[in-house]
Design a protein around this ligand. Structure first.
Ligand code: 13P
Length: 334
């Protein structure tokens, strides 16, 4: 493992003014997104849509540091035969790959899930590296509800995240470590804060036990927010203050960067929260975005599957990328 090189990539992923485009929706998830805009989820439509994003010159060269791909996409070619991964490289962004294989029910823990995909991961990472991927992503899902999360769910998911991260570093790939505490439910922001602290503490404990070099990884956490169905929604200032406090307590300064998931927040909330946090700096790590929905909802709507809407889709994507790029520097103005 070359830690200097891993650190260089991790640092570039959270460069000031830039963040990550999470375009790694699984076949099931992209179908849901396409259903919402009345587009059939065929291989060609998925290709056309993602090609539109990766050919958005402004966004890709100025505000996007890296793109997380799904397995299908990393092997796909653009309409003119250029590999999609080449379009990303040519724009100056770093290609990455989602490597977890989704979740399974956790025995004896009703309703809770564990992320799977460690079997044969070393071999898969080798192929992805040869194809050009320089970072990877693994997402663990923690749900808040009556009596959950259990310590069992937190512990097995942290263990798997650390196993994945160590395998990535051994393959010279920067791991994005993503323990997502879901915002579904009616819990308040303090409950989210408390659960996220436990999850992050356990995750970093496992990362240390499994000898993961913190300098060569990126953390992708949720923010401390109120549950979607909570009657009392925390303000932007409260989300920013509590999330920064939480991260300062749980995330060692050796980690080069933190890139948030958007998790179902509105586009504007995701931008406003990131901006408010960066205004609380200086912070020990780069603090930016790794958004899926909060970057793509607008371009998906503008595109709606029509070739004559490609320019409008690219404008919508570039706008959100620019706004979040500003927020990553605390310079966004609503
Ligand atoms: P969202 O920003 O839509 O939560 O997606 C980010 C992601 O990569 C989830 O794993």
């Amino acid at each position: 493992m070359n830690l200097t090189e891993l650190n260089k990539i991790a640092t570039a992923m959270v460069a000031p003014g830039k963040g990550i485009l999470a375009a790694d929706e699984s076949s099931g998830t992209i179908k849901k997104r396409f259903d919402a805009i009345g587009v059939e989820s065929t291989e060609d439509n998925r290709r056309d849509y993602r090609e539109m994003l990766f050919r958005s010159r402004d966004a890709m060269s100025q505000h996007i540091s890296g793109v997380i791909l799904y397995d299908e996409t990393i092997w796909q070619n653009a309409k003119d035969g250029t590999p999609l991964i080449k379009l990303i490289e040519e724009s100056g962004a770093i290609p990455g790959i989602k490597v977890d294989e989704g979740t399974q029910a956790l025995p004896m823990c009703q309703g809770e899930l564990v992320t799977v995909g460690l079997d044969k991961l070393a071999e898969r990472l080798k192929k992805y590296y040869e194809r050009g991927a320089r970072f990877a992503k693994w997402r663990a899902v923690i749900d808040i509800g009556g009596g959950i999360p259990s310590m069992t769910a937190i512990s097995v998911n942290a263990h798997a995240l650390a196993r994945y991260a160590a395998l990535c570093q051994a393959a010279q790939i920067v791991p994005i470590v993503e323990p997502e505490v879901l915002m579904d439910g009616d819990h308040d922001i303090d409950r989210c804060f408390e659960v996220t602290s436990r999850v992050l503490n356990k995750t970093f404990q496992e990362l240390r036990v499994q000898r993961v070099a913190l300098e060569g990884m990126v953390l992708k956490p949720n923010m401390a927010v109120s549950g979607k169905k909570c009657a009392k929604q925390a303000s932007v200032a409260e989300v920013a203050e509590k999330t920064v406090r939480l991260l300062k307590a749980c995330v060692p300064a050796a980690v080069p960067g933190i890139a948030f998931l958007s998790g179902g927040q509105s586009d504007e909330d995701a931008t406003a929260h990131l901006d408010a946090m960066n205004r609380l700096g200086p912070l020990p790590w780069g603090l930016t975005f790794s958004y899926g929905r909060a970057l793509q909802a607008a371009p998906q709507k503008a595109w709606s599957g029509r070739a004559d809407n490609v320019a409008a889709g690219q404008r919508a994507f570039s706008h959100r990328a620019r706004m979040n790029g500003l927020a990553s520097q605390g310079k966004w103005d609503s």
